[in-house]
Design a protein around this ligand. Sequence first.
Ligand SMILES: [Zn+2]
Length: 345
Amino acid sequence: MKFKYLLFFLVAVTAAPWANAQSKVKLKDKTPDVMIPHLTRESVRSLRGVPGNVLDTIDTQTPGVQIILYENNTWKYYRDPSAAIKTDAIKECWDEDAIDPYRQDLSSLPDKISVWVVDTLNQYKCPRQVKVYSKFGMRHRRRHQGVDLPLHRGEPVSAAFSGRVRLSKYYKGYGNLVIVRHENGLETFYAHLAERSVEAGQWVDAGDKIGLGGSTGRSTGPHLHFETRYRGYAFDPQWLIDFESGDLRHRLFVLKKKHLSIDSKYVPESEDIEDEIHAADSLEYAAKAKEAAEAAAAKYHKVKSGDTLGGIARKYHTTVSAICRLNQGLTPKTTLKLGRSIRVK
Ligand SMILES: [Zn+2]
């Protein structure tokens, strides 16, 4: 399913003026095998405003998915939310009252999970482009499960990604709280709102207003307390979003179990390490692609009467030692059995 979205996205990047404006990916410079992991790591710019009035909608081959054309000659894919709310990730443990409806044991979660954050159907809007005021982690001997982003009272707060509002109510220390569940299984929390403008069950797109900034609940001044959670476990939203630039760090977020620890704060210094990991990964992907290409180009020879390794090597324009390298246990002295299949390329 996700792979299909990726394909959609690739098509959109090559064809859409809108997508080109949003992305700096140069497809022609990269071979497909190496390109895909790079693409996932492209940062994503926050949506800037609304695209304008709708001119027309066009049906696609996928039921429920349409292309919307805007007056300013931009376009985007749109999916009928009635299809999205039927996905397992949205339906699972649906509860419009509980902060953590999953109540899952940490040990039962996988060590590493890949989460598509943005694809053709799902965009991104930075909750607030500002320097993080209070970071994720232990603060005054209390677990701070999100980041605090300064704002003025009454300023509109919008959804970071599209999803279904799972909870919208006043909740103890959170004050006016909105939780949005996304199709990739992540949930985002927006707390201390002066006013909530959405109801549980409602579908929102990235950038849609969900309320107004405020200082309700346990709060000393107007700010947005923003959380990102996976199956009830909060992780530092800065792993996902660079709030200062407003950019989403990657399209594909690899959530590791260590991210779910309260001590796992995003530290910018580690970006170098992350880059090193990415570089090593790229080499690994390239090596795998090469291996796959070689395997696809493999050639075999069935030993016939009178065949010698030297003769076979000459026939396929290769050398005896190259053939021996390709066949485990084969040496220049091996007696060739009739009918044996030998890899020659
Ligand atoms: Zn906070």
